[in-house]
Write a protein that binds this ligand. Structure first.
Ligand code: ADP
Length: 577
């Protein structure tokens, strides 16, 4: 039996099935893992990073810089908490609760930052101003809209002036909130030049008032100083020796701005993890999603397995049913192992049925073959008893002939049964083939005078074979040839060595066998003309026995014939000397 191609085999289909199921499971797992990890990373970025803290600090400072108290800060804190998922609260330096994003007033033991727009915490402020004052704390320096427009215009003109000179320039908001020109490449003189040219260094009326106030406060700080504070909080004039004018200006500025900003407060930024749980903790929704996906994968796997399993087992069940009921042919579906099994089963059923038919036919044939001579014997005996036939030696000869026929058939049947059971014992010995063929020819010559039997030896081969059995086989062929030859014809028995084989041929020029009949001549009880009796034809066992005898010697027998032109039967045996 040829092998089932791999792509059709059950193994390949089962492998494909488990691959599909595994692929589903792996894809679902990978998808879930990717989803959870992405979520966790996003959470970690939002919750845990310091940029979140910086943002909270910056926005709370902005509030403090632009409000005189904390009374309206709650919405901002709630908004910040919502954006960062980290609860935020504020208390006064004494520890009293001021405001918080949550309703609870509980706060962590560790403070996050001191919120004072006039004293920025350097580590939290992205660009702490030189003097640590948030630029949004503008106080009396707040420009009117018209002033801001004028100043912005002038500063932009100053910026163009620097850019025209091929220098770099940018505008930032410095302490007091005024747009200020900066440059890395320009010298102080160049900066001052452009500012002067554009009028950007001219203080507005508001600024003049505030600066005058600041000058007074600075001089009070310096003791007997006579300095004038100018835009950008630089100064001109004389400061007392050993005094720190810059520190005095900063202190004065803070004093000046203090009434405009919210009082100092302590900012608490709660730990996100403590509130929302571990980063990789699965929420109820995630758990449900995982459960759902797992159930889906499971359902897909079960469905695929069921479909494939049912498809695979259906033909097996049909086969079992058919075997139990001894049914006829089954339809062959597919070319896999089950398809092959079904084909083999059909084949087996066919052979069993053929065997059964053959057995029945054989019993019929045997009954018929034994019945005919018996009927003859009974008829002759009856005739003798009735006085119709003369019970002399003639009748006895006839009865003996019929008994011989019976004996012959029984001997043939015994030989065939022995061959079938593998009990056909051979007694091989070294035999001169020519001698054996001469003996067989002589026996048949003595029986027939009408037909000439000639032997044609080729060389003198000496071969290991069972002489009795081989005489029987050649004898059967020879008697057939003689029986089917017309009077006066010649039958030739010849032998030759063909390579390692001995070939014995019996050739006649008699009736011949038609093309349709030729394939059946070696079948038991088969005769071209079934109506012939043993006397004119035979029982149809002779050639079947020749085939079995040749087979027992490890050889074959073949027939070639043409109706009306005679036949040639050839026994081919391995010539072991
Ligand atoms: P049988 O005993 O009837 O001869 P065989 O098995 O010897 O049975 O032969 C089967 C049939 O083959 C015969 O009935 C006969 O019709 C045919 N046959 C056998 N040998 C020859 C032959 N030499 N020429 C023509 N027909 C033959």
């Amino acid at each position: 039996m040829t092998r089932v191609p791999l792509h059709r085999s059950l193994v390949a289909r089962l492998l494909a099935l488990s691959l599909v199921v595994m692929l589903c499971a792996v894809t679902a797992t990978a998808w879930l893992a990717a989803q959870s990890t992405t979520r966790a990373i996003v959470q970690a970025q939002n919750h845990g990073s310091s940029s979140g803290e910086e943002m909270i600090y910056d926005e709370v400072i902005a509030y403090a810089a632009t409000h005189t108290d904390w009374s309206g800060v709650r919405p901002l804190l709630a908004d910040l908490a919502a954006r960062t998922s980290r609860p935020v609260s504020l208390s006064d330096p004494g520890g009293g609760f001021l405001a918080g994003s949550e309703t609870s007033t509980a706060r962590p033991a560790r403070r996050s930052a001191l919120v004072d727009p006039l004293h920025l915490e350097g580590y939290l402020s992205p660009e702490p101003a030189g003097r640590g004052i948030d630029w949004r704390a503008v106080g009396p320096y707040r420009l009117t809209e018209a002033e801001l427009a004028t100043v912005s215009e002038r500063v932009l003109a100053a910026e163009s002036c620097l850019l025209d000179k091929g220098l770099d320039a940018w505008v930032s908001r410095e302490t007091g909130g005024r747009p200020t020109l900066n440059s890395d490449g320009a010298s102080d003189a160049q900066l001052a030049g452009c500012a002067r040219e554009s009028g950007a260094d001219v203080p507005t009326a508001t600024e003049q008032r505030a600066l005058a106030e600041l000058t007074a406060l600075t001089n009070a700080c310096l003791g007997d100083g006579a300095v004038t504070v100018r835009l950008g909080f630089t100064w001109t004039g004389r400061a007392p020796a050993g005094s720190d004018t810059r520190a005095c200006i900063d202190d004065a500025l803070r004093m000046q701005l203090r009434p405009y900003v919210a009082p100092r407060a302590i900012l608490y930024i709660h730990d996100a993890a403590a509130v929302t749980g571990p980063v990789f903790d699965l929420s109820r929704a995630s758990t449900m999603r995982i459960a759902g996906v797992s159930a889906l994968v499971l359902a897909v796997a079960v469905a695929i397995t069921l479909v494939v399993g049912v498809r695979m087992s259906r033909p097996l069940r049909a086969l079992t049913r058919a075997a139990e009921q001894g049914a006829a042919r089954l339809p062959i579906r597919g070319r896999d192992e089950i398809g092959r099994l079904t084909a083999a089963f059909n084949d087996l059923t066919e052979r069993r049925e053929a065997g059964e038919r053959q057995r029945q036919a054989m019993v019929n044939d045997i009954a018929h073959e034994l019945g005919t001579p018996l009927t003859n014997i009974r008829a002759w005996l009856q005739a003798a008893r009735d006085g119709v036939a003369d019970p002399g030696p003639e009748l006895l000869d006839l009865l003996t002939d019929e008994a011989d026929v019976l004996q012959h058939i029984i001997d043939d049947l015994r030989d065939l049964a022995a061959a079938d059971a593998g009990r056909l014992r051979l007694h091989p010995e070294l035999v001169y083939v020519n001698e054996l063929l001469d003996q067989v020819a002589a026996v048949h010559r003595s029986r027939t005078a009408d037909v000439t039997i000639v032997t044609e030896p080729a060389g003198d081969p000496e071969v290991m074979l069972d002489p009795l059995r081989m005489r029987q086989a050649v004898g059967n062929l020879l008697s057939n040839a003689v029986r089917h030859s017309p009077p006066g014809a010649t039958v030739t028995v010849r032998s030759r060595l063909d390579g390692d084989d001995l070939v014995i041929e019996v050739v006649d020029a008699g009736d011949g066998i038609s093309e349709d009949d030729l394939p059946h001549v070696f079948t038991r009880f088969w005769r071209v003309d079934r109506s012939r009796s043993r006397h004119t034809g035979g029982s149809g066992l002779g050639l079947a026995i020749v085939r079995d005898l040749a087979g027992a010697h490890g050889g074959t027998v073949t027939a070639t014939s043409r109706a009306g032109h005679g036949s040639t039967f050839a026994i081919r045996l391995p010539a072991r000397a």
